[in-house]
Structures are given as C-alpha cells and as structure tokens.
Write a protein that binds this ligand. Structure first.
Ligand code: TYM
Length: 329
C-alpha cells in the first residue's frame, strides 16, 4: 500500500474570501483529498500582522472555517483546523526565526509591498513568512497548493529547511509549491495590473464568495476593460478582458479559444453578463451551504476541535523531534 503524501495550505483571516482565493486555492484544495492527506487551516495568527478588531476577527475565523466547508472541503476527508488552536505553530516559528537571515526576509516582495504602505513597520509583518514555513514544516508537508503570490514564501521555506538540516541534520520533508497553470493570479476588477486582494480598500476590486448575486453582477459589469470592442485574449493589451476570460475558463472548464470563438461579433458587455451569471451560479450552492452551516455554530466549534486534535497529533510529533535535534530538554 502506498502512503499518501501530505498537503497543507491555508488562507489568512483578513477581509472576505474572494473569487481569487477560490480559483487560485480553495477550489483546487477540495479536489486533492482523494490522493493526499490534506491539512487546511484558517490562518488567524497571520491575520494579527494587520490591526484587527477582536470581535470581528473572532467572527471572521468562524466564518472562514464555515466557508472552507461550504466550498466543498469535507471535514471527514480533510483535517480542517484553526492555526492558533495548535500552539506548535508559534513554537516552531521561534526556532526557525533563530536560523533565518534578515536579508532573506528583506527580499520578500509581499513584505516590501505591505510595509511601504505603513508608517511604522511591525516585526510580525517582517517575520510572517517564517510562521508560514512553520505551518508547512510541522506537518512534514510534501505539497503546498497556493496561488502565484505565495511562490516566494515557499522558496524561503525551502531555504529554511536547508539551513536547519545543515545545522541539525535531516528533520523535515522538503515541501514543493503546487501552483495551477491557469488562474494562479486572478487580477483586480478595477486594476487589471494588480492582484485581486481580499484586503483591497475598494470593494469593487473583488468578488467575495459571500456577495449577493446583485452585487456580483454589478461588480463584474463595472470591471475595468479597454475601449476596444472585439473579444480576444491578449493579457498585454487587454489585461482586464483577459482576466475575465481566465475566470470564465476556470469556472466553466472551457478553453479560452472556445470562449473567444463563441463571442465572435459580440461585445465585451455580453462576456460580462454571462460571466456574472456563471459566478453567481458557482457561488449559489456555496452560499446555501454556508447559511446552513452558520445556523449551527456549536457544530462548527465541534468540527474545529476535531480538526485541532488531528492537527496537534502530527504537529506535536514534529515539534518534539525538533526540540530534540536542537538540544532542548
Ligand atoms: P491568502 O489568504 O492571501 O490567500 C489564500 C490563497 O489564495 C491565493 N490567492 C490567489 N490566487 C489567485 N489569484 C488571486 N488574486 C489570489 N489571491 C490569493 C493565495 O496564493 C493563497 O494560496 N500567507 C498565506 C496563508 C498561509 C499559508 C500558510 C498558505 C499561511 N500559512 C502555509 C500556504 C501554506 C496567505 O496570506 O494567503
């Protein structure tokens, strides 16, 4: 019998889960549980790198957990858990922090991006990628399914494994990123040169998984495109339309060529109307599941506990091994 490889991934609890998160991550996660031993976490500790309202954060953690399940992650087939429920994440992070050069963290483009918008840069934002490495390494993860924006963090995780192994000997599985070929970077609906981000200040820039159909239609209708009219796929010159066609292709399984052909002689508006319908249809059952799940929050808390126990079983073993390797009693 072959032993299943391990997968871990997660999303940070800031803002609302978006169509970008769905296409680049969550939608792929659900399909992996057949072949892999999957751990999916709600990354709440990562969310603290941005100022949070405690009450809202608490509500959002539960909501993200319910959205994972509503999107098709079966808690019986995957280990679904909340990061802060497994204290080993923060403990391993400290050990890894003692091995990570500042220069490596300084190179992280997400850090440069986020810190450039802040008056005072907090240390947690700087060390955030080490917490991500800790998340991954605790489960002896083989594969990490993420969107394109996380590639650099995965490379850093691999560097950290090498630093650790050079000093203390083989301990961790070397993880690999799994980045889908299409849809790994869904762009903002308002700025086709920027990633669709759940923390965008402009709500029109993203579609959230829980947006009402009317809102989805409005946002897609007002998506920024160029002033031409012929429907064709050209990510350089027609980035906005190319983004809409990419979303269309991923959600329907049709090739871009096939989609472009079917709009011959038609205007961008037709693509937008149809795409809005496709997105609404995709999220309709997700929203129904979500509303059902949120009616029984005690059950969600029970599921969180089950996930926590399963996650801790693995995480505590790895941490014990690490403590032994580094010489702690
Ligand atoms: P986060 O919450 O920003 O995003 C969650 C997942 O969604 C992907 N994603 C996108 N994919 C395509 N197009 C987009 N516009 C888009 N926006 C986001 C992200 O690449 C990610 O896969 N630090 C991570 C969470 C995390 C994590 C981990 C991930 C914490 N620990 C360990 C993997 C392994 C984050 O903030 O993702």
């Amino acid at each position: 019998m072959s032993i299943k490889k391990t997968i871990l991934s997660g999303s940070t609890v800031t803002g609302n889960l978006t169509l970008g998160n769905y296409i680049g991550a969550i939608n792929n996660w659900g399909q992996l549980s057949k072949d892999y031993n999957c751990y999916y976490m709600v990354a709440d500790l990562h969310a603290l790198t941005v100022k949070q309202d405690p009450k809202e954060l608490r509500e959002r953690i539960l909501s993200f957990f319910a959205q994972y399940i509503a999107c098709g992650l079966d808690p019986n087939k995957n280990t679904l858990f909340v990061q802060s429920h497994v204290p080993e994440h923060a403990e391993l992070q400290w050990i890894l922090t003692t091995l990570t050069p500042m220069g490596y963290l300084n190179r992280m483009t997400q850090f440069k991006d986020k810190s450039s918008k802040q008056k005072e840069i907090l240390a947690g934002l700087f060390t955030y990628p080490i917490l991500m490495a800790s998340d991954i390494l605790l489960y002896q993860t083989d594969v990490v399914p993420v969107g394109e924006d996380q590639r650099q963090h995965l490379e850093l995780t691999r560097d950290i494994v090498t630093f650790f192994h050079n000093r203390y000997g083989e301990t961790f599985t070397m993880p690999k990123a799994y980045i889908g070929k299409v849809g790994a970077k869904i762009m903002s609906l308002q700025d086709p040169n920027a990633k669709m981000s759940k923390s965008d200040e402009n709500e029109k820039a993203y579609v959230s998984i829980l947006d009402a159909p009317k809102k989805i239609q409005k946002k897609i209708k007002s998506a920024v495109t160029d002033s031409e009219t012929t429907v064709s796929f050209d990510p350089e010159k027609k980035a906005g339309l190319a983004n809409l066609l990419t979303i269309y292709s991923v959600l329907t399984g049709k090739s871009i060529d096939e989609i472009v052909k079917s709009y011959e002689g038609k205007m961008y508006g037709h693509v937008k109307v149809d795409l809005a319908e496709i997105v609404c249809e995709k999220f309709r059952p997700v929203q129904e599941n979500y509303n059902q799940l949120m009616k029984n929050q005690d059950h969600l808390h029970e599921l969180m506990k089950t996930g926590r126990d399963k996650a801790r079983e693995k995480a505590s073993k790895t941490l014990k091994l690490v403590y032994e390797r580094v010489g702690l009693i």
